[in-house]
Every structure is written in structure tokens, then in C-alpha cells.
Design a protein around this ligand. Structure first.
Ligand code: NIG
Ligand code: FE
Length: 404
């Protein structure tokens, strides 16, 4: 006899578990939930003896794992629509960055805003993600670039985790750009990020992972290695913005440190992809940034398939390269631009995104023992989640078995 708080029934399940039917689908499924955790899942006619305090009948709707947006810069001040206009006139992202705009202009705006202001604007953007089924979101720092402002961003991210109705994982992205006051002294900034800011953020419990931007316009392999060595010594997992604009050997660097993920990877080389496969590093695809930068070099999807590299898909929601706040639109872009199948795209926003955050024991599939984070959709087939571009498809979500 299973004693449950909640029975969810009369639904179709895309469990997203590996190895079985496409999407791990169960027609006419049922889920029993106790204390926010899935305690039984299967076909309705196989339901064991149970008691449930409540029953939710979903009238044949599809249920997927709650979507996981595993790469965002959701917290930032201001916006960069002016640079968007410049880029439409032909100025490149790198040129804007080199002339003191780009990430650094968001740094100026972010430093000026209070925690309450940053929280309010991030919560608005979060609405777009939640309306597209997101129940877990990763949020990076990286627009503070000095101690107080980096801590401020990470505190805002933690507050979103407490008050925003989503699970939040934070990443410290201190090596995102060189702050203007360190323009003539990179070494001192890297020292500060490694020896001062990261330990302070970690001591306050603000860091779930450490990220960096490895690129000629950002930080070198050696600089990133210093940060990653520190992360390792603090017991923190790492991830990397790798090979987005050029082949910078980022994929291999990420793999060398056993990174959870290497993200962007449009220009990653074959040896780097093989190294990622060996290290179990997830390839995080960010088709919103690809679109907004009018990039033409697609990430090596076929190579990742061949080597069995897990592929995740995320919005990269940020003010510069990806002002994207829709997870389902992102699935569409991943299919259209990178030729993922709709099933691969959905796996990239569920199971594989959980791996990219190191939380695959808790979320990412509908399985016994995992948290009951579920998205319920008004669709006829799971492929619709990738097919529509901007259509409202979500009915409701559950986080920890609680209907939101
Ligand atoms: O993921 N690549 C670096 N970081 C962001 C861009 C941030 C920005 O331009 O503000 C990205 O694309
Ligand atoms: Fe990013």
C-alpha cells in the first residue's frame, strides 16, 4: 500500500527516461507523489494499492519533467537594445566589446542597481521562462566584476530561488570580462577573482558552480585554469563558456577539469569534443545567442551524437547576445538552426540539462525518487514543444509536487 499526498492521473507522460519508448512515453499514465517526491509512476491500469489525499485528473494532457534552463544571466541591470541597433547596422559584437561596450556596459548598469531593483527586473524575465514550463533555472554572476557587486548578483539569484517559485542553481562567473578599472592590469583582476571574490562568495554559500568565459576578447586558458584550480580546491564543480566565437581550445580545457558542461561550443574542435565525451562533460547549446549574433558556424552536433556527448539546450538569457526569455522558443531554435530532433531538444531541456547542473539525481526525468517537478501541456504530441515559436502551450506546473 502506497500512501501518497497526490495522485496525478488521466495524463500522457513524457518521462524522458533513456532507453525505452521515444520520449520515455507512457500513454494513460499516473504518478503518485509523497513529500514532493515521486513514489510511483507507470500506466494507470498498473496502479498499485494506494491512498492519496488529493487526485488531479489532467484530462489527457501531456506531462513532461519541469524544464531546466541550465545557462542564464537572468540578473543584470539596464539593457543593451542600443547595441542591438548598432549590430544591425553591421558593427560586430567583438568590436563593441573592444570599444568599451558589451558586457562592460551591463557591468556599469548592474553596479548601480540595488538588490531590490535587480530582483524586480529578473523576476519579470523569469515570468517568460516560467510561462514556458521552466521549474529550474541556473543564474550566473558576471556583471559585477568586483566583490560587492558579484555578491549582490548572487544574493539576488538566491532570493529568486526562495521567492520565485523555481529551483535556482548559481554560478560564479567572475572571469566574464575585464572590469574597466583593471584595464591595464589583468593579472591583478584574475588574482582578485580567484583569491578574494570566489572564496568570499563561497563562504556565504552563494556558489553552486564556477564558470568562466574563455575567448580572446575575455580570458585565456591559463587564466581560466587558475580559477578552476581554485574551484577544485574549494570542492566546487566548473563549467565554461567555450569556443563561442573562435576555437580557443575551450572544450578540451573544460574536459580537463571534468567540467559539468562546456557551453556554446560552435567552434569547438574534434579533439575537444572527444575529450568531453571521455570526461562526461555536457555540451550546452545556446541557439538564442547564435541567432542574435547572426552566427553561421553551427556547433558540432553530429560529432557529439557520434561520441555520445550529452547535449543540453538553454536560453542564455542575457542583455547582450541573447535577450531570450522563452524556453520553448529556444527548443524551436535548437531544432531549426542546429537540426536537433524535437526529442533531442526536449532531452536537452530536461534530462541533459540536469546533468549540466549536476542535479540529475533530483530532477530532469519523471522517475521514482526524483522531485515532482512537472510541466503540464495543452499539446497533442511532445514535438509541439519544439514546433511552435512563441505560442502559449503550458497548462500548469508542479514544483516539489505543489501545483503553482
Ligand atoms: O553567454 N559569452 C559571454 N557571455 C554571454 C554574453 C554576455 C553579454 O554579452 O552580456 C553569453 O553569450
Ligand atoms: Fe552565457
Amino acid at each position: 500500500m502506497i500512501e501518497a499526498d497526490l495522485l496525478i492521473t488521466e495524463c500522457r507522460l513524457a518521462t524522458m527516461t533513456e532507453g525505452g519508448a521515444p520520449y520515455g512515453a507512457i500513454e494513460d499514465g499516473a504518478i503518485l507523489i509523497r513529500d514532493g517526491v515521486i513514489v510511483w509512476i507507470g500506466a494507470r491500469h498498473d496502479l498499485p494499492d494506494y491512498t492519496a489525499v488529493r487526485t488531479d485528473r489532467l484530462e489527457g494532457r501531456w506531462v513532461t519533467p519541469g524544464l531546466i534552463d541550465c545557462h542564464t544571466h537572468l540578473v543584470f541591470g539596464g539593457d543593451r537594445s542600443g547595441e542591438f541597433e548598432q549590430r544591425l547596422e553591421g558593427v560586430s559584437y567583438e568590436d563593441i566589446a573592444r570599444s568599451g561596450g558589451g558586457i562592460v556596459s551591463s557591468v556599469r548598469a548592474t553596479r548601480e542597481e540595488s538588490e531590490d531593483q535587480l530582483f524586480a527586473s529578473a523576476m519579470k524575465r523569469l515570468l517568460g521562462l516560467k510561462d514556458t514550463g521552466v521549474t529550474t533555472v541556473e543564474i550566473k554572476s558576471g556583471y559585477g566584476l568586483e566583490r560587492d557587486s558579484e555578491l549582490k548578483m548572487l544574493r539576488v539569484a538566491r532570493r529568486i530561488g526562495r521567492e520565485g517559485g523555481v529551483r535556482v542553481r548559481t554560478s560564479y562567473l567572475g572571469l566574464h570580462a575585464l572590469p574597466p578599472e583593471h584595464k591595464s592590469d589583468r593579472v591583478a583582476y584574475v588574482d582578485k577573482a580567484v583569491d578574494d571574490i570566489l572564496p568570499a562568495a563561497h563562504a556565504e554559500g552563494l556558489v553552486d558552480a564556477v564558470d568562466a568565459y574563455c575567448e580572446p576578447i575575455a580570458f585565456s586558458v591559463d587564466e581560466v585554469s587558475r580559477l578552476f584550480d581554485k574551484a577544485k580546491s574549494l570542492g566546487l564543480p566548473v563549467k565554461l563558456h567555450a569556443d563561442q566565437l573562435s576555437d580557443s581550445d575551450g572544450a578540451a580545457l573544460a574536459a580537463r577539469y571534468g567540467a559539468l558542461s562546456a557551453d556554446h561550443i560552435e567552434y569547438a574542435n574534434a579533439a575537444g569534443i572527444r575529450a568531453m565525451a571521455d570526461a562526461g562533460t555536457v555540451g550546452v547549446l545556446l541557439p538564442g545567442a547564435f541567432l542574435m549574433l547572426r552566427e553561421t558556424k553551427t556547433p558540432p552536433v553530429e560529432l557529439m551524437r557520434r561520441h555520445g556527448v550529452r547535449m543540453a539546450v538553454a536560453t542564455d538569457c542575457n542583455p547582450g547576445t541573447s535577450p531570450v526569455a522563452s524556453m520553448t522558443a529556444t527548443l524551436n531554435l535548437a531544432c531549426v538552426q542546429f537540426r536537433l530532433t524535437p526529442e533531442e531538444a526536449l532531452a536537452g531541456a530536461t534530462r541533459n540539462a540536469a546533468h549540466a547542473l549536476g542535479i540529475n539525481d533530483d530532477v530532469g526525468t519523471i522517475e521514482v525518487g526524483k522531485r515532482a517537478d512537472l510541466a503540464v501541456w495543452d499539446i497533442q504530441r511532445p514535438a509541439e514543444l519544439s514546433y511552435w515559436l512563441g505560442a502559449p502551450l503550458l497548462a500548469v506546473v508542479y514544483v516539489n509536487g505543489v501545483l503553482l
